[in-house]
Design a protein around this ligand. Structure first.
Ligand code: PYC
Length: 335
């Protein structure tokens, strides 16, 4: 290899980073975005590592690469890149990518204000509002989401036994609500949540191996994210979360796939009605509006179609080089 140049545009969605790789991304083989994701992971993961890990990125870094759609009726296809790998779906990543793509003219939607996006997890329909070239908000109608398991138990360091549910919203989430041994995220620091999550997520996947596999796409599997809940900072919000992903990240946004999983959990348990606004706060207090748009079925099980609305801001234009002949940290590092 030698020197590669990537032209990137940086934004944040409600506080969490999104780096769109405008040029320099690899050509991928596959008939779907799910197949292309596997090709990328096999052949080009150095691109993700170089652009997401330190020194060019950081623990929370995430981004995307845009591809032509496989079905000409759709507007574009997306590969998500993150410190944790290539997510099947990413809500904050989608909101940031759409904001960048529209404001910077990277895509020309067939119908202005509406976009059909092919993600590895499936087709995602998007609406956005644009005023004077600024995207005010983006609303994602996400993939089918469902509650996969309820009332499982795991031993957590310091806390003891905790009870959790597992729900899918584009990724599988273990959801921990306040209970006897866990009083809620309002009583914990981000570093404590990270410390617990690192251990608990491994223990969950050891104790419940192969239990969480998407019924229609076996490339999507395992509990990859932890969603801890607690009291909101703003009492008018519906709830707050701390979403752990990768090795050391707490989502600064309220997390789109996490909110989708949370909506599926609450709806299935009869705690939320279809159409009701669920104002979801992130750990830093930024907000998404979530809704159960409608009930559906996935593999014979109750599922929902969730929607998530949020905003993003562009803040940087970045030409990044990766040169493994010259830089020992060309492919990044983690501490
Ligand atoms: O917004 O879906 C999301 C997400 C996943 C990981 C970080 N953000």
């Amino acid at each position: 290899m030698s020197k590669h140049t990537f032209v990137c545009i940086d934004a944040h969605t409600c506080g969490n980073p999104v780096r769109v790789i405008k040029s320099g991304g690899p050509k991928l083989i596959g008939n779907t975005m799910s197949e292309k994701r596997l090709h990328f992971l096999k052949e080009f993961d150095w691109v993700r590592k170089g652009l997401m890990f330190e020194p060019r990125g950081h623990d929370m870094m995430s981004g995307s690469i845009l591809y032509p759609p496989h079905n000409p009726e759709n507007d574009f296809a997306i590969l998500f890149v993150e410190t944790s790998g290539c997510l099947p779906m990413c809500g904050h990543g989608t909101i940031g990518t759409i904001t960048i793509a529209i404001e910077e003219g990277l895509i020309q939607p067939k119908i202005p204000g509406k976009i059909k996006m092919e993600a590895p997890a499936g087709l995602v329909e998007i609406e956005y509002k644009q005023i004077n070239n600024k995207v005010e908000w983006v609303k994602i109608t996400n993939v089918k989401s469902y509650l996969a398991a309820q009332d499982l138990t795991i031993d957590c360091p310091e806390l003891g036994e905790i009870i959790f549910d597992v729900a899918y919203g584009g990724n599988y989430y273990a959801i921990v609500d306040p209970q006897k041994n866990f009083s809620g995220i309002h009583n914990f620091t981000a570093s404590k949540v990270i410390q617990f999550s690192q251990i608990v997520r491994d223990r969950i996947n050891e104790k419940y191996p192969n239990q969480f596999v998407h019924p229609e796409n076996e490339a999507i599997k395992h509990v990859t994210h932890m969603l801890w809940t607690g009291n909101p900072l703003d009492p008018t919000s519906s709830g707050r979360n701390a979403v752990f992903y990768g090795d050391k990240a707490i989502d600064r946004s309220p997390c789109g796939t996490g909110t989708s999983a949370r909506l599926a959990q609450l709806y299935t348990k009869g705690k939320l009605k279809a159409g009701e606004a669920f104002i979801h706060e992130s750990f830093i207090g930024s907000k998404f509006i979530g809704r159960v748009e409608k009930e559906t079925v996935l593999d014979g099980k109750l599922a929902i179609i969730p929607s998530i609305q949020g905003w993003a801001k562009i803040f940087g234009y970045n030409t990044i080089t990766i040169d493994d002949q010259d830089d020992p940290y060309a492919h990044g590092f983690q501490v």
